[in-house]
Design a binder for this molecule. Structure first.
Ligand SMILES: Cc1ncc(COP(=O)(O)O)c(C=O)c1O
Length: 374
């Protein structure tokens, strides 16, 4: 059976978790949380990072920090996870859905400007499948209209755009370390605060609106209520798990790349014969082998392929059901025709199994199975 996803766990993860149990602050911001910050600083030059309880809550923190409010409009793709949009709906802001590009399935930077009104306050971009969006153009638009950009880099830890690390190119970047992501802590995430001026407030919001972090730093002897906030701080036990994964960063990336490249090379002939389309990685982008998607000619062929792969014990899934045409999207008044490219791609896209401990032989088995069906 080829599972869809499986976390990669070794004795190192076990060792760090047991150590955290005995030698750290279980409630969070202990030695492993700080170790994770150091690892991200050393590897990516990230200075202001705060671990959160999920990618979802990192996005929620970003919405609070951008001061999104009732009546504000936020431009975002519909081809994303519900968390991207819920993050600002929870603040009372409204989603203005922007269609995606046919090549990368990322927000179409050329369609953003037409959606801007005097209520627009922010753009949420999603680096889908670990392939960063066309950030130069998006940043240019945001600067012109004075808008926040929040990078939903949940899937893009380790990806780069023109040498810049995903999650570090705008005011706020949000990572996910959910068990399905490249580097996992079970449930968890992080907000990257790229402008120093927001960091103090970010620390307070993450700690239920209090300055508890300053007690841990020894700066004050008791903490007090300063702002709104919530319980966004993960246990140090989970940070220990992530810290071990970050020690294994190169190994995990290499293993995932091997599977990704095996798919990419193995499926070339099917692409030449127009049976499917392989991922398109624009120039200047380094992806992180988070996902491998194939685009089939029709929804019927995609659905039939899922069924037949299942018969061969291979689990492959559809990607997203577009949010604008999901039950809640329709309830809010959006219509399927609002984002026609999103609708079309979502119906034809298929996500293949990909995890670090999958072997080249497993990936070849999947390739052969797809060849057999198509
Ligand atoms: C694009 C995107 N945004 C946000 C999230 C939410 O992250 P988490 O599951 O860590 O809350 C995910 C995770 O699945 C995601 O893929």
């Amino acid at each position: 059976m080829i599972k869809f996803n499986k976390p990669t766990i070794t004795q190192l993860e076990e060792k760090y978790i047991v150590d955290a149990l005995h030698n750290s602050i279980l409630s969070g911001d202990g030695k492993y949380t700080n170790r994770v910050y150091q690892q991200f600083q050393e590897r990516f030059g990230i200075k202001n990072m705060l671990l959160t309880t999920s990618g979802t809550t990192a996005l929620e923190m970003a919405s609070i920090l951008a001061d999104l409010q009732d009546g504000d409009e936020v431009i975002a793709p519909s081809f994303t996870f519900s968390s991207t949009i819920n993050a600002f709906l929870l603040r009372g802001a409204k989603a203005v859905f922007c269609d995606i590009r046919e090549d990368t399935f990322n927000i179409d930077e050329n369609k953003i400007e037409d959606l801007i009104t005097d209520k627009t306050k922010a753009i949420y971009v999603v680096h889908y499948a670990g392939i960063p969006c066309e950030m130069d153009k998006i940043i240019e638009i945001a600067n012109k209209y004075n808008l926040f950009i929040i990078e939903d880099a949940a899937q893009a830890v380790g990806s780069t755009y023109k040498g810049k690390v995903a999650g570090t190119m705008t005011e706020f970047g949000c990572y996910s370390f959910h068990e399905t992501k490249n580097y996992a802590m079970g449930e968890g995430g992080a907000i990257i605060v790229n402008e120093e001026k927001y960091m103090e407030r970010a620390e307070i919001i993450r700690e239920k609106g209090t300055n508890r972090r300053n007690v841990l730093r020894g700066l004050v002897d008791k903490y007090t209520w300063h702002d709104i906030g919530s319980s966004f701080l993960p246990s140090d036990l989970l940070a220990a798990l992530l810290s071990a994964q970050m020690d294994r960063y190169d190994e995990i990336m290499e293993k995932r790349m091997l599977v990704w490249n095996t798919y990419y090379e193995g499926l070339q002939d099917l692409e030449k014969n127009k049976k499917l389309r392989l991922p398109i990685i624009p120039e200047g982008i380094q992806h992180n082998a988070h996902m491998f998607n194939i685009l089939l000619p029709t929804a019927e062929i995609r659905d039939d392929l899922i069924k037949k792969l299942k018969e061969k014990d291979i689990v492959a899934y559809i990607c997203y059901v577009p949010l604008h045409s999901s039950p809640y999207g329709l309830k809010l008044g959006y219509k399927p025709e609002d984002c026609p490219i999103t609708e079309d791609i979502a119906a034809r896209l298929l996500r293949l199994p990909l995890y670090a401990d999958m072997t080249k032989e497993d990936a070849t088995y999947v390739v052969k199975a797809i060849e057999g069906v198509l």
